[in-house]
Design a protein around this ligand. Structure first.
Ligand SMILES: C[S@@+](CC[C@H](N)C(=O)[O-])C[C@H]1O[C@@H](n2cnc3c(N)ncnc32)[C@H](O)[C@@H]1O
Length: 277
């Protein structure tokens, strides 16, 4: 065990601070290399294993280049479930779990729910898991993301229907949803300079950015779609860019939504909005 820990330290020591390095060591040993917690914490001497050494070498090379730990391990926890992730999908964020909690707390009877821009399927699958009587759909424009989402649906034993839909071109239809939820791309291109290189180099561009000239692009399209495809009294939930909270509220009021509520995330930033049709 000791030689594995010192190999991790010498490969990544200069790149991460002490706390990050400790959590990387734990994640690599327990989740990637399948070393038991007892062996890890007691630093037990392990039998030689060439396959384990190969996996570790490959993981350290990827991490040293700046790839996010979740992609290297291939999984990440979200809302108590495990989600497969790779560079085709955004890594689910803790703020998004708060949005899932809000939707689930508000939702009692059965109904139908749509998650727009589903990515790994983390929102749709977590809600389907918590609300087993609901019919849940997840839409995304990316075929790669939909493949990951369908695999996560299978792994978590949920029954979400995933479809390839470009929400910017979606036509109103007869289909009615009781809830529409979305964490759409909302980072302004001008915010790129403040972002970490690991996000910019590895996470999908189409999952993250909107042009500065139209920060509300996705929100407007989804709100418009909701006007026709939400049932009367239906609820719309968005994860939001705190910079856009006030204009978004105005836009939703203009679009005839009411009872608009904005909530902060765990970091104290305005991060979620709910509106009723
Ligand atoms: C911020 S990510 C959110 C992913 C996931 N829901 C989450 O919360 O982790 C936005 C998602 O919207 C999808 N997307 C981008 N443009 C889209 C479009 N025009 N129509 C539908 N989905 C789109 C991206 O492929 C990406 O998966």
């Amino acid at each position: 065990m000791k030689h594995i820990l010192s190999q991790i330290e010498s490969a990544l020591g200069g790149l991460y601070d002490a706390a990050e390095l400790e959590s990387i060591k734990k994640a690599l040993c327990l989740e990637l290399l399948d070393i038991s917690a007892v062996s890890f914490f007691t630093k037990e001497t392990l039998a030689a294993d060439t396959e384990r050494d190969r996996k570790l070498d490959e993981a350290l090379e990827r991490l040293a280049q700046g790839e996010p730990l979740q992609y290297v391990i291939g999984f990440t926890p979200f809302c108590g479930l495990q989600f497969q992730v790779d560079s085709r999908v955004l890594i689910p964020r803790p703020e998004t779990a708060e949005l899932v909690d809000w939707v689930a707390q508000d939702t009692v009877a059965s109904g139908s729910l749509l998650d727009v821009g589903t990515g790994s399927g983390c929102i749709a699958i977590s809600l389907a898991h918590r609300l087993p009587d609901w019919k849940v759909q997840g839409w995304d424009i990316s075929d790669g993301a939909l493949e990951v989402a369908r695999e996560n649906n299978r792994l978590n034993g949920t029954d979400v229907v995933f479809r390839r839909v470009d929400i910017l071109a979606a036509q109103a239809s007869d289909q009615k949803f009781d809830v529409i939820v979305s964490n759409p791309p909302y980072v302004l291109e001008s915010e790129k300079v403040q972002m970490e290189k690991t996000v910019l180099d590895y996470e999908p561009y189409t999952a993250l950015f909107v042009p500065d000239s139209d920060a509300l692009l996705f929100y407007r399209a989804i709100a418009e779609f909701g006007k026709h495809n939400l049932s009367k009294g239906g609820r719309l939930y968005f994860e939001i860019n705190p910079l856009a909270a006030d204009v978004l509220r105005q836009m939703l009021l203009k679009a005839d939504y009411h009872d608009i509520e904005i909530r902060n995330d765990i970091f104290g930033k305005q991060r979620m909005i709910k509106a009723i049709l």
